[in-house]
Ligand binder design. Structure first.
Ligand code: HEC
Ligand code: HEC
Length: 269
């Protein structure tokens, strides 16, 4: 290679890559408002960002991978847990976790009701950011993986409805983050073992206030309209009687998916 070609390579390469750099930068800036849903960045969301900073949540948690790896990543937490549960949890985490059972505790930070609403709004906004599918897998924190983390398992073993339902339960539906299928293990919601027998008894029970007449309808109702009847025997609702189970499944699940989930729930002994 002569000196002249080396020089041409150098200048040519510099120009081409500088141009690429400038174009990509412009492209990023052009799409960022759309990707971050800037129009949803309300005053409340901004105040929630300030709460996140003020209480140093980032010293334990990550958002989009940013932060400390002591406690679970919270990027999708509003989608997984629902706002009603998060408000109760942030008010007093020890109601839902025990140091003996879980080996760790989130401190009660003394947030006011307003701060809780703000930080939940902030987390909800973060969860909606279009990150082009990043991270590809849920971020798991050593030793403190959230229970039943969605995405960890979730591949259907066969094309039977109950198998598809199980994959949804453990995976994208995030049901397993709140429900154990082992009898007696209460997470955020009740254990779902023995549900078939329970749903038969429930629709005949005079204390049952929901709209379902058959056990299958009861299971469907439990998924699509959790507050229609709050399962007794635990701290499963806000003081106003709103179930801590997300009420968003009627929007996010297709009717076939609900049928698959019901088929799976009926296999739990
Ligand atoms: C000292 C460390 C620490 C700090 C600071 C902290 N957390 Fe946590 N957080 C935890 C741990 C540990 C967990 C896992 C649950 C547990 O064992 O209590 C957790 C769990 C959570 C969960 C998930 C609950 C669930 O059931 O999935 C949310 C939401 C949360 N924290 C929000 C916050 C917010 C918001 C802040 C700041 C206002 C914050 N955390 C500050 C340690 C912390
Ligand atoms: C944020 C936690 C949470 C998530 C996620 C969640 N649940 Fe629940 N679930 C609860 C709570 C709390 C209750 C009890 C209050 C009630 O009856 O609504 C409950 C109740 C139920 C019941 C009624 C149980 C009984 O004994 O009658 C069924 C069935 C159920 N959930 C299924 C599901 C399925 C299927 C999914 C996933 C699509 C799911 N849940 C996701 C918290 C959750």
């Amino acid at each position: 290679m002569t000196k002249a070609t080396t020089r041409n390579f150098f200048f040519g390469g510099t120009i081409v890559f500088s141009a690429a750099f400038v174009l990509l930068t412009l492209q990023t800036h052009g799409t960022i408002a759309h990707r971050t849903h800037e129009e949803k960045l309300t005053a409340q969301v901004r105040r929630g960002g300030a709460v996140w900073a003020r209480y140093n949540c980032e010293n334990c948690h990550t958002l989009l991978g940013e932060g400390a790896y002591f406690a679970p990543d919270l990027t999708k937490i509003v989608e997984q847990r629902g706002a009603a549960y998060l408000a109760q949890f942030l008010d007093d985490p020890s109601r839902f976790y025990s140091e003996e059972r879980d080996g760790r505790l989130m401190p009660t930070l003394g947030l006011s009701g307003e701060e809780i609403a703000e930080v939940v709004a902030f987390l909800g906004w973060v969860g909606q950011i279009d990150t082009n599918g990043w991270p590809p897998r849920p971020i798991l924190v050593a030793g403190v993986a959230p229970r039943g983390m969605p995405g960890v398992s979730g591949v259907a073993e066969s094309d039977r409805p109950e198998s598809r339902g199980k994959a949804l339960f453990d995976g994208a539906g995030a049901c397993a983050t709140c429900h154990s299928i082992e009898s007696g293990v209460t997470l955020v919601g009740p254990a779902l073992s023995g549900l078939v027998e329970r749903s038969v008894e429930r629709v005949q029970d005079p204390a049952y206030k929901g709209a379902s007449k058959s056990p299958d309808d009861y299971l469907k109702e439990s998924i699509l309209a959790p507050s229609a009847f709050v399962t007794p025997g635990g701290r499963y609702a806000t003081p106003e009687g709103t179930s801590l189970m997300p009420d968003t499944y009627s929007k996010t699940l297709k009717p076939e998916q609900v049928a698959d989930l019901v088929a799976y729930l009926k296999t739990l002994r």
